[in-house]
Design a protein around this ligand. Structure first.
Ligand code: RP5
Length: 159
């Protein structure tokens, strides 16, 4: 069976400079992904259509949005595919608004919220690889090696 891909969706094209960091680890491990602009507020029908078909195509959905960031939560409300959320920095409040509007999901609908901005987008890609690795022993061993390499790259002395 062909491995399902990862979806990377975002509320606006303006989110891409942050959200493109979600592709770093996916590219490193050769994981396929699709990207799309899907706005909970501006294109609700597009969101409805995307979420309705997501389980057929995707093992996880990375969803980034800024401001009153309803995209991850609304996506999670409409599919059981795991949603990994990235709070995108906003102009007015630097992403605190994005974070708080994403992270405080009520009990019963889960969103896996990452850090604000680029580190969060990067880690979202990493979480997606970790999810895929749970059912792919070969990917798991590559991920273990990747983590070991990262650990060994940290010097123990300050230069
Ligand atoms: C949100 O509004 C988007 O996710 C974006 O972070 C923010 C601003 O969007 P634009 O006005 O730049 O399109 O929906």
């Amino acid at each position: 069976m062909q491995q399902k891909k990862i979806a990377i969706i975002m509320g606006s094209q303006s989110d891409w400079p942050v959200m493109r960091h979600a592709t770093t680890v996916l590219d490193e491990f050769g994981i396929g992904y699709d990207t799309a602009v899907v706005s909970a507020h501006r294109t609700p029908d597009r969101l409805y259509e995307f979420a309705g078909k997501a389980a057929d195509h995707y093992a996880a959905i990375i969803a980034g949005a800024g401001g009153a960031a309803h995209l991850p939560g609304m996506t999670a409300a409409m599919t059981c595919v795991p949603v990994i959320a990235v709070p995108v920095p906003s102009k007015a409040l630097n992403g605190i608004d994005s974070l708080l509007s994403i992270v405080q999901m009520p009990r019963g609908v889960a969103v896996c919220t990452q850090a604000i901005g680029e580190p969060g987008a990067y880690n979202a890609g990493l979480v997606a690889v970790q999810i895929l690795a749970t059912s792919d022993p070969q990917l798991q061993s590559r991920l273990n090696a990747w983590r070991a390499q990262q650990t060994s790259s940290v010097p123990d002395e300050v230069e």
